[in-house]
Design a binder for this molecule. Structure first.
Ligand code: F0G
Length: 482
């Protein structure tokens, strides 16, 4: 995005790319959307793409690639071992992150599997700013537990705190004192903290975490999946970093961490993942598991075409005009919604715009899954698919009791360089309509509830026939079915 001044005074993000390949979209009528949402059991994961207008489920593996990425895929070297393509990526990882050793994996959670198998033992603890679903699952699978040490503002839905993803340093000291450094597998920092609304941490916070870890001989493992957004926020919001280049910020962050892993479905705008480090011992331990679970060391379960695209994508990410696109589109959406009084997570983060379902549907109790109900209602009135990030995404405890989420959010992801501003305007318009008609929306209850990862496969029904009332009001207001 550029800082071009509009004569009208209006502030809107201006794209620094042009569209050269397109995919046709359909906006099916509300009658079809009603049938589709029921077939999907009110679970947006179970909708079919043919029924979706704007897919805001995730930013994972669905970011737009550049012409250079696509071109690079044509020259990929498919050798099982010693692939030239792998060497290209390894060299870019060295140039960007200053890490000598690189291990390829098929996606982010595969890196989490390997890291957890090597470092997490029964009874060990992993302090982190905040968990991500797959990172926590792998730690627990290996007998470890998670301590979330996010600063207080991180869990406040509205705030003017610029770095809600920061770790609370006093809490980190306290956790180390409580368990003893010997029990701590590593300290995990997630950049662009996903589950609290794509909120960033500062470079200064990471320096403080490093100082504590140095005192206690602890390793920092950095989940860099959402690095692109966090880099933008450090440059835009951290006074001391405003004159640094994106490459310089990346290098400073990287130098503070022992191991970096990432999902290249997000970072690098392709599909895959990787782990890098300067620690030879860590590399040797993890290397064995890569060949066991992923594939040989020069592809790690990825297609070589994707590896080429990641190498180019990472270089392209070292550019303010690239990393600012997602956050500035999200900021536009958030500020338009705030103007209309719609409850959203503020300040705007990366990844997507997050509606606060607890407040949006304050009449729907948490037992009836307000974030899930909002996902169902928004799809119905717009064809926009979001992702429930609330209690449905949690798991019941050992006794079968619900563990309610800290926040009930509907995430509307904005994949990088995919949507146009008019499409965002459409989404905002329908969200505002839904907010004005929120009293018509009711709750959900499970009809099929899998024990593990219920948010992927579970099916729910409406507690009352509120879909019918919502459809009737929509048709009356819009004059037709679109
Ligand atoms: N870490 C973070 C912070 C993530 O957001 C994700 C994935 C992963 C790790 C796992 O990576 O999907 O390549 O295995 N987030 C996706 C999402 C699924 O929709 O937010 P993966």
């Amino acid at each position: 995005m550029s800082n071009v001044q509009f004569y009208s005074g209006e502030v809107i993000p201006l794209e620094m790319h042009k569209v050269r390949i397109v995919q046709k979209l359909d906006l099916v009528p509300i009658e079809r959307r009603l049938a589709a949402v029921n077939e999907a059991g009110n679970n947006t994961f179970l909708l079919k793409n043919r029924d979706i207008f704007l897919d805001m489920l995730t930013d994972s593996g669905v970011n737009a690639m550049s012409d250079r990425q696509l071109a690079s895929m044509m020259e990929a070297d498919d050798s099982y071992a010693g692939s030239e393509t792998f060497t290209k990526l390894e060299n870019q990882i060295r140039a960007i992150f200053n890490k000598e050793y690189f291990l390829p994996v098929h996606q982010g959670r595969a890196a989490e599997n390997i890291l957890s198998r090597v470092y997490v033992t029964p009874g060990s603890v992993v302090p982190m700013n905040y968990h991500f679903t797959t990172s926590k699952a792998h730690i627990m699978l290996n007998g470890g537990s998670v301590e979330e040490l996010i600063i207080e503002e991180g869990l406040q839905t509205t705030s003017d705190c610029k770095f809600k993803g920061n770790m609370d340093i006093a809490k980190l000291e306290a956790v180390i004192a409580k368990h003893g450094a010997g029990k701590i597998a590593f300290v995990r920092i997630e950049t662009g903290t996903n589950l609290i609304g794509g909120q960033p941490h500062s470079l200064e916070n990471l320096r403080q975490v490093r100082a504590v870890c140095d005192r206690h001989g602890l390793m920092i493992v950095f989940d860099a999946s959402l690095l692109a957004d966090n880099l933008y926020f450090i440059k835009a919001r951290e006074e001391a970093c405003k004159d640094m280049t994106i490459r310089e910020i990346t290098r400073e962050l990287s130098d503070l961490c022992d191991i970096i892993y990432f999902s290249a479905r997000k970072l690098g705008c392709a599909r895959g993942g990787g782990i890098c480090t300067n620690n030879r011992d860590a590399f040797m331990k993890m290397r064995e598991l890569v060949t066991l679970y992923e594939g040989f060391l020069t592809y790690g379960g990825m297609s070589v075409r994707e590896i080429e695209a990641i190498a180019v994508g990472l270089v392209e990410t070292m550019d303010m005009n690239m990393v600012n696109q997602g956050p500035q589109f999200i900021e536009y959406m958030v500020s338009e919604l705030v103007k209309k009084g719609v409850p959203v997570i503020t300040p705007a983060g990366g990844l997507g715009c997050h509606l606060n379902a607890m407040e949006f549907l304050s009449h729907v109790p948490q037992t009836q899954y307000p974030a899930g109900a909002l996902a169902s209602a928004l799809y119905l009135v717009s064809g926009v698919r979001g992702m429930e990030r609330g209690s449905i995404s949690e798991q019941r405890d050992d006794q079968g009791n619900e563990t309610y989420a800290n926040m009930e959010l509907l995430r509307l992801a904005v994949p990088r360089r995919v949507f146009t501003l008019s499409q965002l305007k459409y989404a905002v318009d329908r969200i505002v309509w839904l907010y004005e008609n929120r009293a018509l929306v009711g709750g959900l209850t499970f009809v099929e509830e899998p024990k593990i990862l219920r948010f992927f496969f579970g099916k729910l029904k409406t507690t009352t026939d509120w879909h019918t009332a919502l459809v009737a009001k929509f048709k009356a207001d819009m004059g037709d079915s679109l």
